[in-house]
Design a protein around this ligand. Structure first.
Ligand SMILES: [Mn+2]
Length: 293
C-alpha cells in the first residue's frame, strides 16, 4: 500500500493506540502532515480510558505543535458516546465515529492496546506483528519504530521532510524512545532515518529531561523498594501506586536490569482495573506467552 492510494478519501482520521507513546504520536503526525498537504481534512486522535498526562508527551505535543485530540472510549464505563468538546468532529452517529478513512498508526485493532473507533474504511500502518485482515495495510515488524515506516512511506511519495524541523524531531524521538535510545536498532532503514533527519537537538534534550514528574519518580522509587522476588523463576514483582501506565514500563525496564531477575512484572491500579507491564530478558520466556500463561 502507498500513501497516495489513500488520497481518494477526503476525510482521514489517524488513530494512535491508547496511552500513546512518542512513536505513535510521531507516526500519526507524519501521516497528518502528508494528508493535510494533499488538501485532505485530517485529524489525529487517540482513545481509551485515560488522557495523556506524561510530561514528555505533553511537551512533545506542545513544542512540535501536534494537533492530537482525545476521543472517549465507547465501551468504557461512564464515557459519553461522542468525543469531547476539543475534538473537531461533526455529524456522528452511535455506530460511526468518523466519516471517510481511519488509519490506526503504531497499532492494530484486536491487539488490546487500542480502542475501536468506526469509520467508513479502516487502514493499518504499524510495525507490530499481527494478523491483519484489512486490505489496506502496511505492516513492517522488521522496523524498530512506526516512525521509520512513516518516514519510508513519505519518502516513497517524494515528500521532503528536511525543511520540517518539527516533524523531523518527532520522528527521531519516536524511533529513539521505541529503541531504548537507539540501542535496539537493527534494520538499515532505522539507521538511515536516524542519521539523515535534521532535528532540533535542544528539544530532544528537553523531552529526555522531562520524562517523568517528581511524583512519578517517588512512585517508581516506592515500587522498586517494595519489590518481591520469586527466586525459583528469577522473577521480580513490583506494585506501583496509581500512575500513568507508561511509568509501569519505566519501572519494569529498570527492574529487568537487576541481575537477580530474568522476568519482571510491574503492576498498578489504573482506571477501574489493573495494568501489568511484563518484561523478560531470556528467550526461554517470551513476555506475551508469560502473560497468557
Ligand atoms: Mn512503536
Amino acid at each position: 500500500m502507498r500513501l497516495k492510494d489513500l488520497l481518494k478519501y477526503d476525510e482521514i482520521t489517524i488513530q494512535c493506540h491508547d496511552n500513546p507513546d512518542p512513536d505513535a504520536i510521531a507516526s500519526a503526525f507524519g501521516l497528518y502532515k502528508y494528508f493535510t498537504l494533499k488538501g485532505k481534512k485530517a485529524r489525529i486522535v487517540y482513545s481509551g480510558p485515560l488522557k495523556i498526562t506524561k510530561s514528555n508527551l505533553l511537551l512533545m505535543i506542545s513544542e512540535l505543535e501536534i494537533p492530537v485530540s482525545y476521543v472517549p472510549s465507547k465501551h468504557a464505563k461512564g464515557s459519553a458516546s461522542s468525543p469531547d468538546q476539543n475534538t473537531p468532529v461533526s455529524s456522528l452517529t452511535p455506530e460511526k465515529d468518523f466519516d471517510g478513512l481511519l488509519i490506526t498508526a503504531d497499532c492494530q485493532y484486536g491487539q488490546g492496546n487500542v480502542s475501536r473507533l468506526d469509520a467508513d474504511e479502516t487502514a493499518v500502518i504499524d510495525h507490530h506483528n499481527g494478523v491483519c485482515e484489512l486490505p489496506l495495510n502496511e505492516i513492517h515488524p522488521e522496523l524498530s519504530s512506526c516512525a521509520t515506516l512513516v518516514w519510508k512511506l513519505l519518502t516513497a511519495e517524494g515528500y521532503d521532510i528536511t525543511p520540517d524541523r518539527h516533524l523531523s524531531t518527532a520522528l527521531y524521538y519516536g524511533l529513539m524512545t521505541d529503541t531504548g535510545n537507539f540501542s535496539e536498532i537493527s534494520h538499515p532503514l532505522d539507521k538511515d532515518m536516524r542519521d539523515t533527519l535534521i532535528i532540533n537537538e535542544t528539544q530532544i534534550r528537553r523531552f529526555v529531561n522531562n520524562n517523568i514528574t517528581l511524583n512519578e519518580m517517588k512512585i517508581t522509587a516506592d515500587a522498586l523498594s517494595g519489590v518481591s522476588c520469586m527466586d525459583e523463576f528469577k522473577c521480580g514483582i513490583l506494585k506501583a501506586d496509581e500512575c500513568d501506565p507508561n511509568i509501569l514500563g519505566i519501572i519494569s525496564d529498570m527492574a529487568l536490569q537487576v541481575s537477580a531477575f530474568d522476568i519482571v512484572v510491574a503492576y498498578g491500579h489504573v482506571s477501574g482495573g489493573y495494568k501489568l507491564s511484563v518484561r523478560s530478558c531470556i528467550k526461554e520466556v517470551m513476555a506475551d506467552e508469560f502473560v497468557r500463561k
